[in-house]
Design a protein around this ligand. Sequence first.
Ligand SMILES: [Fe+2]
Ligand SMILES: [Fe+2]
Length: 251
Amino acid sequence: MYPADRTVTIAALSDLHVREGEESAWASIVRNVPADADVLIIAGDMTENGWLGEAEASAAMLAEVSAPMVAVLGNHDLRGLRRKAFREVFERVGVQILVDDPIVVPTRSGVDLGIAGVAGSGGGFTMLAEDGPIPARALRSMALRMRREALKLDEALAELKTPIRIAVSHFAPTETTLGAEPSSKWWMLGNRDLGRVADRHGVDLFLHGHAHLGSPVGETEGGIPVRNVALPVNGDVVVITLPVPEMAMPR
Ligand SMILES: [Fe+2]
Ligand SMILES: [Fe+2]
């Protein structure tokens, strides 16, 4: 155990899938974000269809959180066409959306926390085509998206000079958190390039969502801790405590 001022507390969740005019199953869970959390990281799918009315309902739930909030968009959020207006709904209640640049959050320990994130994409892991072929057209567009998103994450991480760095994507960076997801769906759930980017930069933690049937804890090929923070997986807000590196402690 570390003294409280030598740690950073990260709360995380994803996959709220809020629909307009429907009481969300997660409305009361959002209140479980600890009052002393340094940040709430949301790994996407705040809404079901990316509609503005859904964004308003989802943002109203998140507005109750007092911690600073940082989010990436999920594939469901990206279904809507009015993407700028969609982001602005969340920004109005204090959710900063990671688009290109990373975000730096000051913490109670006095040390800055750096967060870089992208939506990410499918693309798969080594067992890719084991359970049948993927349509060629889907594969081509996914390969392009995969490359673009991994590059964006790479560039955002290269900008971060904070003593603690977290990578976030909606899609999974490893198959180790895919749990009970059938291997025939793995190609839609994430890709290994995201994890390799994080490995190259030596981040402290990787958070993702999207794999609703996945498992909560895994790691990248390079051994970076990965948490699948999807609400259907954990049933609650995930709270992670990271030690502040001794060298980084303010004097
Ligand atoms: Fe989802
Ligand atoms: Fe998703």
